[in-house]
Design a protein around this ligand. Sequence first.
Ligand SMILES: [Zn+2]
Length: 379
Amino acid sequence: MRNSARCVPFARRAPLPPVNRGFFHERNIEKKVAACGGLASAAQKQGRGCHGGQHRTAGSEGLQSLNMRLFPCDRYPLPLPDGHRFPIDKYMLLRRRLEQHAAAGMPLEFIEPHAATDDELLRVHARGYLGRVMAGTLSPEEVRRIGFPWSRELVERSLRSTGAAVDAAAAALEDGIAASLAGGTHHAGTDWGEGFCVFNDTAVAAREMQARGSVERVLILDCDVHQGNGTAEIFADDPTVFTMSMHGARNFPLRKYPSSLDVALEDGTGDDEYLRALAAALAESFDRARADIVLYIAGADPYEGDRLGRLGLTKAGLLERDRMVLAAATTAATPVAIVCGGGYCQDLEAIVDIHAATMLLAAGWPARRESRRSRSGLV
Ligand SMILES: [Zn+2]
């Protein structure tokens, strides 16, 4: 475990701009990353962070500086009719689960996200669509396509979950990794909402980071089981944002806009086949994207128990997926902002298990913590 202290940080790139690519030419980086990833994975299996109790030791010099920043939205309620199929309570349960881990010593910090502003939203969404959402003048067809009844609370919730992705991206650029405890609203396109998505949170975060001059190029890794059609449409003509979607071929949405890279999987695809395809997709995505930040949609819906997923991944397989994404990002020295993506298992605790495992893996990821310590001058 002591070796993990020599793991390579994701990002020593503040202040920004200018974008700082190629700054990171440490030798043997892949060996170090592999060592770090192995440690994290082994520690996770044992139910603890990869540094074990080390963060508490470091904490005596500045525990606060080691926390992973999480942006929850569940305090902004979304009223749904009885029997609605969207499992909205999962977000509250996820926050509570992670708060328990924080109380037990995991380096997690919970921060209220800002409400996305008009300026942020209009970098992605059409003014007319935004106006109809805000004023409650969406057509019945538009409301049906979103799948949630319109309400003032829906608007606030959507603004917060989009703001959470923006905040997580900004935090990731400072800390290496940060996360929204919501979002992954990848079905929302330029002038439409769809499939429980009102605004496209990762698209807004990507454009906002670019507008701030924090990044030039963005990689959106979409591992929700449904294709990221809205994201693909938004960035269809934007070579600065690379979109990768790995999804069920026969799953929603019927109309799949082409991403920069689409990996369509057959029904019932299990861990081995999925992870093999992911390895190839990650290699190609990082190679082609040359990104300054990764926005990772860590959907829980490829899970074998998901009602809408149609794939056959186990919880262990999903955690291995997360580990591979973080390892690839570490190798590329690219910060990662995580958003939750979908999860529609009847058993809400199973959804929470999957998302919580993602967040705990990230919180204990050696390079993240090294990055934060470097920034705060602890090492
Ligand atoms: Zn989904």
